[in-house]
Design a protein. Structure first.
Length: 454
């Protein structure tokens, strides 16, 4: 345990920023005292439980960088210390004038002091493989001893494992630690990418290696041409994505008998698994804004996800949400073309998709409405019904999951708008992002926790 004290001029977002920085997968804020003097000097004290060696020098630099952008620099110490300095002006969320404004990164998050995401503008939160406050968790010899070569796991013949010398990712550099998920078409493994130099020599320093999620054809050497084509198509769609709310494709292995996709590994697991664990608190609006911003980015690039659900939203080590699994994604059809195929997962599927009617990117907005409902309730939609029964109720009877009566009115309205039966009546993700950012700003209160789900 360590008590950390931060003192300095109060700044918009300071308390929630420090709370988020100190609340990671390997550290936890057990208690906090928050005081504000009559001349707006803040004294924040945190009792933190952590594993490993806490890097106070790095923590100090992170907070100083955050406040320097607001023309305020704090002093960290083991005892209270007050440093007078100017009070920075508040910064409202951006309001782009163009309705088709492309969101390259999430807007600033004016947070409540509950566990929430750090401001997206801070570059420290882009790379999320390790806890940036603690010493890096390197890949050890024991990790390699526990792993198996991917080629062996996929049961590929030796002559099928000859890599292209110019390949960025080589099959022989991929090692499997465990299987995360498997379907009839593909499997996802937690693995290690032992990155190579240009001359084919692998790194011997463990910090040069990287934990990755590996998606590969399930049937290995018996994979059908269709299976491999689906993975190649997914790679073509996902390759250009560069956004912190999108699970990034790091590389591919393309061989005659297999095709593998390497995605960044999100140590927080799926949003679905997270919501099931009711001991874990989270900020509903923060996660919702991450998801909506990622989806706005996809739609701005003319990509329809078509299978947005809680299991396809991953959380990184800092609790930031990332859209994943682009196996069913497509580019939006050109004028005169239609999408009518039933695609996705029934309980998250828009009614027009279930009915095999023409649909558009608005089908993703419906799915987001269901995910937003899950963030509010920590429940599974239509839990007592089979997928077919749920689909019938949505498509034929226009039924939806029940929104709890104690839900914030504005949030409940947003859910209802997103899952509207008429697809043209649903808002765009750009609009959803602005609504959520405004709700977060308006619900910010440094002395209360609002819209927090526990």
């Amino acid at each position: 345990l360590k008590r950390i004290t931060v003192s300095g001029a109060d700044a918009s977002g300071l308390l929630e920023f420090i709370t988020r920085v100190l609340s990671t997968k390997t550290s936890q804020v057990l208690d906090a005292d928050v005081m504000l003097s009559s001349d707006s000097i803040a004294l924040d004290r945190f009792l933190v439980n952590y594993e490993g060696r806490l890097r106070l020098d790095k923590l100090k630099g992170i907070i100083e960088d955050f406040l320097r952008s607001r023309e305020t620099v704090p002093v960290l110490s083991n005892s209270p210390h007050i440093v007078p300095s100017p009070i920075p002006p508040s910064v409202p969320p951006p309001t782009p004038s163009d309705p088709k404004y492309v969101l390259p990164n999430p807007p600033p998050h004016p947070r409540s002091p509950s566990i929430c995401s750090a401001p997206a503008s801070n570059p420290l939160f882009v790379e999320t493989d390790n806890n940036f406050l603690l010493d890096d968790d390197p890949i050890t010899d024991a990790d390699f001893q526990m792993s198996e070569p991917l080629g062996k796991v996929l049961d590929l013949p030796m002559d099928a494992m000859v890599d292209d010398e110019d390949a960025t990712v080589r099959l022989q550099d991929l090692h499997v630690l465990e299987k995360i998920f498997s379907s009839q078409v593909s499997a996802i493994f937690k693995g290690i990418w032992r990155r190579s130099y240009g001359n084919g020599h692998t790194h011997h320093h463990h910090h040069k290696n990287k934990r990755v999620a590996i998606k590969a054809a399930t049937r290995g050497k018996n994979a059908s041409t269709k299976d491999l084509q689906e993975l190649r198509r997914e790679g073509e769609i996902a390759a250009p994505f560069k956004h912190e709310n999108i699970c990034r494709l790091l590389g591919e292995v393309a061989l005659p008998h297999t095709h593998c996709l390497l995605y960044e590994f999100c140590s927080g697991g799926s949003l679905h698994s997270f919501l099931i664990d009711t001991d874990l608190p989270y900020e509903c609006l923060s996660v919702a804004l991450d998801i909506a911003t990622g989806m706005a980015y996809l739609h701005s690039n003319d990509v329809i996800h078509r299978d947005l659900k809680s299991t396809n939203v991953l959380l990184d080590g800092n609790g930031r949400a990332k859209i994943a699994d682009f196996g069913l994604s497509v580019f939006a059809p050109r004028s005169g073309q239609e999408l009518t195929a039933e695609t996705g997962t029934y309980k998250w599927m828009a009614p027009e998709v279930i009915r095999h009617e023409s649909y558009s990117s608005n089908a993703d907005v419906y799915s987001f409405g269901i995910v937003l409902w899950q963030l509010i309730t920590r429940d599974v939609p239509f839990a007592s019904l089979s997928p077919i029964q749920a689909a019938f109720m949505v498509a034929k009877e226009d039924r939806r999951p029940k929104i709890p009566s104690n839900t914030d009115d504005e949030l409940a309205r947003l859910v209802t708008m997103c899952w509207h039966g008429e697809q043209q009546s649903r808002p765009s993700f750009y609009y959803v992002v602005q609504i959520l950012a405004t709700m977060i700003r308006d619900n910010f209160n440094p002395f209360t926790v609002s819209l927090k789900t526990v």
